[in-house]
Design a protein around this ligand. Structure first.
Ligand SMILES: [Ca+2]
Length: 395
């Protein structure tokens, strides 16, 4: 059986984070109809509740008031404001940004010096509904193609557009047939790894058992060639599946040792940060959070109560993972040491900028992160258009 080998865990867990959830019934199945507060967009999921009040816990620094030896975050200012449902974000070689609007299915080019945004593409065949729409964006390693993960009327799919002076051209579909639900659990993370392969994170399409079905693309992380074929040396020949047993993954990042990390929305109890390894099974829907290691599933490295996280985008920068939390309305810093051991997570900006969608490390700067907000809580209301990209200085 693929992905079920026993493994010996030698890494310490993120003890502080585990302690937070110790009182919860971790390991409860949570397999039923999903009312999970992952991405509070669908009006019928009952997830528009305001975030919980600020947690009174150690390490919850906010505004850069970190304890000595820990991280810090300073908001250097907005890069651009008045965006509508921004989701995917890439930086072009000339320093401009391309940001996708999930609900409008448009791509805006942001002049970071001027703080202006101009629509440069409208993506066809996007079915924006609930959590679906124009989701992850990725720039090819040769910087000649913009890739996008989007919801279409009948599936989720990956397209690419040639870039001409930073303007996306005619799209072509490179991969399709990723199952979709009417409104939720579309996944949407999209990134090129250090191996120059394209990784796509899918959701369980609100059918949890699909995450365990090796023949379904739902509830998986996929690894593809830039042309959309199953990548060489995948765990199963001619299968695009890299890892399985995921509920809804939107954020992926690689650390400076090349290890792959991914965020995952829990259903009602526990969100996850997972260390992703080829062929492994991360346990959904049998396990939400930890508890599956004895049965051959990989437990998360860090877990949070869903009210404190509901994590979307993920970036690695300056020795730490940075995780954007939607319902948690905060930016989590998860320090890593050289062995990949996770330290105590630390929260910043809690409740200051609302729901946080995405975070992008800017590789040519030592301390810069771009943060994408997601306060567009209700489609088509006057609140639409209140989102922004913030420039952060972080340590
Ligand atoms: Ca899991």
């Amino acid at each position: 059986m693929r992905g079920h080998r026993q493994r010996t865990r030698t890494r310490p867990r993120a003890k502080a984070a585990i302690a937070v959830v110790a009182a919860l019934a971790v390991g409860a199945t949570g397999c039923g109809a999903d009312d999970g507060p992952d991405d509070a967009q669908a009006p019928d999921t009952g997830t528009d509740a305001p975030a919980d009040p600020p947690a009174d816990e150690p390490g919850d620094g906010g505004e850069g008031a970190a304890a000595p030896g820990q991280g810090s975050v300073e908001v250097a200012g907005p890069v651009v404001e008045e965006l509508d449902s921004p989701w995917g974000l890439v930086k072009l070689p000339d320093g401009d940004l391309l940001v996708g609007s999930r609900d409008e299915a448009t791509i805006l080019r942001v002049d970071t010096a001027e703080g202006t945004a101009e629509e440069v593409a409208s993506v066809p065949d996007v079915a924006a509904d609930g959590e679906g729409g124009l989701l992850g964006l990725a720039l090819s390693p040769d910087e000649e193609w913009l890739y996008a993960y989007h919801t279409a009327p009948g599936d989720n799919r990956i397209i690419r557009m040639p870039l001409e002076d930073g303007t996306p051209g005619e799209p072509e579909v490179v991969f399709d047939g990723i199952p979709r639900d009417a409104t939720i659990h579309h996944g949407g993370g999209l990134a090129f790894g250090p191996d120059d392969m394209l990784y796509a994170a899918t959701g369980d399409a609100n059918e949890p058992d699909l995450a365990q079905d090796p023949d379904s693309l739902a509830g998986k992380i996929l690894r593809l060639t830039p042309e959309g074929e199953p990548a060489p040396d995948n765990p199963e020949e001619d299968s695009p599946v890299w890892s399985s047993g995921h509920r809804n993954v939107q954020g992926m990042a690689w650390d400076d040792e090349g290890r792959m990390w991914a965020t995952e929305f829990g259903a009602s109890d526990v969100d996850e940060l997972n260390l992703i390894e080829a062929g492994e099974n991360y346990g959904w829907p049998m396990f939400e959070g930890s508890g599956g290691a004895d049965e051959g599933y990989v437990d998360p490295e860090v877990e949070w109560p869903v009210a404190e996280a509901s994590p979307s985008g993920l970036a690695f920068h300056n020795g730490a993972l940075w995780m954007a939390a939607l319902r948690g309305e905060r930016l989590w810093r998860i320090p890593l040491d050289a062995t990949g051991t996770v330290g105590e997570p630390e929260a910043f900006l809690q409740g200051e900028y609302g729901r946080l969608r995405n975070v992008l490390a800017v590789p040519d700067t030592e301390d810069e992160l771009l943060l994408v907000t997601n306060e567009t809580d209700t489609r088509g209301t006057p609140e639409a258009g209140d989102d922004r990209i913030l420039r952060l200085r972080v340590e």
